[in-house]
Each structure stands twice: as C-alpha cells, then as structure tokens.
Design a protein around this ligand. Structure first.
Ligand code: UDP
Ligand code: MG
Length: 314
C-alpha cells in the first residue's frame, strides 16, 4: 500500500525543516506502508524551493512540483491530487497545523473499510483572533443554509482519502475551486476526526482577513445560486410594495387632493431601491465573472520546475 502526502507550500522555508523531521519520524513508525511526499511549491519567493531540492536529493520519497508563480492553495492542492499515485492520499499544510502524528490514527479508521475518507475538524480556535472566529462561524452557518453541500464548521483541508475519492476530485476540473465544497459535493463516507487547534510552527499565515473574506464569497458563489434567487424574490417583494403604495397614494390624492408632500420619503425610497438594484447587479456580476473565467479554460496551474517524471499538467 502506498500513501501520498500532498503538501502545498508558499514561503514556508521556516516550517519545512521541522515538518520534514516530523514526517520522517511518523513514516518510520508506519513501516508497512510506502510513502510519497509530494511538495507543491506555490511560487514561493523565499528559499522554499532550494530546501525542497535538498530534501529531494537525500530522500527519494520527496517529490516537488514548483509553480511558475503563486496560484493559490487551491491550485496547489489540485496539482497534488492530479500527480499523487498512492492508494491513499492525504493533504496537509506545511506549517504543522495539520499534525502528521494524526496519520496513523486516520489510517486505522480508513482500514476498517467503513469509511472512504477521514477528515479533520478543529474543535477549538485557540490562538486565533476572536473576530476572525466569529466571521468563520457565520460563514459556515450561511454556507450550509444556502448551498447544497455540507460544510462542517472548523473543517480543515487535512484529510486522508481513498483512491476513488481522489479520482473524483481530479475529475472536477473547474477553474473556480473551493475544496471544502468539492469534498462535500462528491459525497463518499467521511469520518470526522476532532482535534485541538495547533498554532503554526514558524513563519506567518498567508491568509489575511480580506483574503479569507473574498475566499468565503467565492465559496458561496461556487456552490450556491441562492443569491441569484434572492434577487428575484427581492424584485417581486418590491413590486408588491410599490403596487400597494401606489394604491394608497392614488386613493389619498382622490380624497385630500394633496399630491406635493412627501418628497423626503421619495428621495429615501429612490436611494434605497437604487442601492438594492446595484447590489443585485453586483451579485450577478460575481456569477458572470465566474462563468467568464470558466469558459476561458485556462490551466489551473503552470509547472515551472519539478523532479517528477511525467508530471500531469492541468
Ligand atoms: N499556501 C499555498 N499558497 C498560498 C497560500 C498558502 O500553498 O497562496 C499554503 C501554505 O504554505 C500552507 C497552507 O497553504 O501550507 C495553509 O496556509 P496558512 O498556514 O498560511 O493558512 P492558515 O493555516 O493560517 O489558514
Ligand atoms: Mg496554517
């Protein structure tokens, strides 16, 4: 049995050495399995690539795919899935926030045959800014309401999967990728393994609040058309209100003949409805832009350098 570990890295020069040590320890304790460590360098600007090359030189299990520029974690994970050859495949962060020590346990659960994948879920958000946790919780609530996929609160991308599941992910070649949604959409029986949040070993997070916010909007747009429906419902509602108001004004003018009063409220209504219209237009723009990107069919990642023979390019 072979296990592929996919590790997306973006400017991880500080975390790679401790991670590699840990991986060596963990894999040594699992002798019955063959390992492949597939590091995807997502266009790092620091010494990540030279470090990977060093590791690859001394350990044949280490493989690297280096992108021509930064394509984002989603692209890096996809490149990993496309190139992993193991019977089991795991994705994990380079900063050890996804503890490799959980791997034996995950394998044990998978090998019972009852599940197709073991995913991990943080039960605490220790060490994370409060406001960020709050937004994250709101996002998961909203996402589960409006989309047709289940996204678990606190779910990490860290998971171990069977080959069948990986093939399913590879077959989803969409350009706008949102893995948490994709994992949920393809189905399969998933075991959720809870664990306490671990802070990154070294270096800094690559996700600013703004980047996360945009990512969450992407997630909703990619896996739900509820906002589009919301626009129609809003339109119907406003038409209805307008009809009632017209009737009221008409009758009032007939009885009292007072047609001039009320311009402040008029201005408010025009501004409000104008705002709602622009908002809906912008929302549709989000979907149009996704369609636009999808139709261009640009590659999801571009390989600049690799030590892998027959690397898959998608
Ligand atoms: N990452 C990546 N490309 C990016 C940003 C991040 O490959 O553009 C990788 C990063 O190297 C790490 C993982 O994605 O292995 C998670 O990133 P990070 O730890 O910064 O996110 P956080 O854990 O803070 O959400
Ligand atoms: Mg991290």
């Amino acid at each position: 049995m072979k296990i592929s570990l996919i590790i997306p890295c973006y400017n991880e020069e500080e975390s790679l050495p401790p991670l590699y040590e840990e991986l060596k320890r963990v894999t040594a304790s699992m002798e019955e399995y063959e390992f492949e460590m597939l590091f995807v360098d997502d266009g790092s600007k620091d010494k990540t690539l030279p470090i990977l090359k060093e590791m690859a030189a001394e350990d044949e299990r280490v493989q690297y795919i280096s992108f021509s520029r930064n394509f984002g974690k989603e692209s890096a994970m996809y490149a990993g899935f496309c190139n992993a050859t193991g019977d089991y495949v795991a994705v994990m962060d380079a900063d050890m926030q996804d503890p490799p020590t959980l791997l034996p346990k995950m394998l044990e659960i998978l090998s019972t045959g009852e599940y197709d994948s073991v995913a991990t879920r943080r039960v605490t958000r220790k060490g994370e800014p409060k406001i960020r946790s709050w937004f994250a919780r709101m996002f998961y609530k909203l996402m589960n309401k409006v989309s047709d996929v289940d996204v678990v609160d606190g779910a990490r991308d860290f998971r171990l999967m069977k080959r069948e599941m990986v093939d399913a992910i590879v077959s989803m070649g969409e350009v706008n990728r949102f893995s948490k949604g994709i994992f949920g959409w393809i189905g399969f029986r998933t075991y959720w393994l809870p664990y306490e949040n671990v802070e990154r070993v070294a270096g800094q997070t690559k996700w600013s609040f703004w980047k996360l916010f945009k990512y969450s909007i992407d997630g909703i747009v990619n896996f739900s058309d509820a906002p589009l429906k919301m626009a129609s419902v809003g339109g119907i509602l406003f038409t209805f209100i307008a009809m009632i108001t017209m009737l009221v004004i008409f009758i009032r003018a007939l009885i009292w003949g007072n047609a001039v009063a009320g311009w402040p409220s008029l201005v408010c209504i025009i501004l409000f409805v104008g705002g709602v219209q622009l908002f809906c237009l912008g929302m549709m723009g989000q979907y149009v832009s996704k369609v636009y990107k999808e139709t261009k069919k640009r590659p999801i990642y571009i390989v600049g350098e690799t030590n892998k023979k027959d690397v898959v390019r998608k």
